[in-house]
Design a protein around this ligand. Structure first.
Ligand code: FAD
Length: 287
């Protein structure tokens, strides 16, 4: 059975910058394990408004020092053009070749207005292309279940298209557990002339409370049958993880069999669930 009908599938993993030096040391060990899978790249999140700026830099610096392919996230809301230019210059000097360009959500307490030069991610993509040409591959976010603030699915799709027309090379989706949502979205994209690879974002299931909180905040649906099973496990973490693994493994198989052009795993800085998934999917390891 083909791994993916796409000729050059991309397999990548996402990290967030740890809050403490001890956290960074622990993350380095997780990265070493993940790196044995030889993913195409590691992405590192960035808090909108610069809330994780130095910590994101520190994580990216370490990855680049190990010569690991790194895609820093850039969240533009609340930032000025000068600030974004400085960050781009830094990444250019480090030989970073790929960025994940986002609007971001300002943390509560940072005010409702944007207070910066960018309102939406398409403006950031345009800015990067205008100032850096084709120096970076640009990934943007996509929402198979639609972004929670979008007025309508049509408007959200039109807004996604703006990012593609501004110069995005590929998209990574918000996580989802319903493969039909992904395939329907990809089909709608094709219908409006969007041709870039749309890579499913995969969230391993290891902690129900945390997953439910994230999902409520970002508008990702946990299908009722999955939610009910997860709730029922209560404190039985081992059974929850075993069930969660099977759900996500089946999801990934369906996506790849259906032609998804790769997978992007939200590792939550834990290597074990990703390693198990990768091994059981028998994903390629290109040294
Ligand atoms: P946009 O594409 O700008 O869309 C945001 C909303 O505005 C949508 O409802 C859209 O329909 C609408 N919209 C877009 N353009 C226009 C326009 N021109 N006119 C009117 N309406 C418009 N957040 C972080 O803070 N840091 C991260 O590192 C981070 N990483 C992420 C990685 C991935 C793969 C994903 C899927 C999300 C990530 N997020 C991150 C969360 C993301 O920032 C939020 O989902 C945010 O609310 C939207 O960001 P966006 O780039 O999709 O925004």
């Amino acid at each position: 059975m083909p791994l993916s009908s796409h000729p050059t599938p991309i397999f990548s993993v996402e990290l967030f910058p740890p809050k403490t030096p001890e956290g960074l040391e622990k993350l380095k060990q997780e990265i070493a394990r993940l790196n044995e899978l030889a993913p195409d790249y590691f992405s590192v999140t960035y808090g909108a408004g610069g809330s994780t700026r130095e910590r994101t830099f520190e994580t990216v610096d370490w990855l680049r020092a190990q010569r690991i392919e790194t895609a820093p996230h850039m969240a533009c809301v609340g930032s000025t053009r000068a600030e974004i230019s400085q960050i781009l210059a830094r990444y250019r000097e480090q030989g970073v070749q790929r960025l994940v360009a986002l609007r971001g959500d300002l943390p509560s307490g940072m005010g409702g207005g944007t207070g910066g030069d960018f309102r939406y991610a398409n403006e950031l993509v345009t800015f990067i292309r205008d100032t850096c040409g084709d120096q970076f591959k640009i990934e943007v976010a996509a929402y198979p279940e639609y972004h929670p603030q979008s007025g309508s699915p049509e408007r959200d799709l039109a807004n996604f298209k703006r990012k593609v027309e501004a110069g995005a090379d590929a998209a990574i989706t918000q996580y989802f557990y319903n493969p039909d949502a992904y395939f329907a979205f990809v089909e709608r994209c094709a219908g409006v002339g969007i041709r870039i690879p749309i890579i499913p974002g995969i969230m391993p299931i290891t902690n129900f409370t945390q997953l439910a909180r994230f999902s409520d905040a970002c508008g990702a649906e946990i299908p009722r049958w999955i939610r009910r099973r997860l709730e029922a496990f209560g404190d039985d973490v081992e059974s929850l993880r075993a069930f969660g693994h099977e759900v996500v493994l089946t999801l990934c198989r369906r996506l790849l069999d259906g032609g998804a052009p790769g997978l992007h795993v939200y590792t939550m800085n834990q290597s074990a669930p990703t390693l198990r998934l990768w091994q059981e999917l028998d994903l390629p390891r290109t040294p």
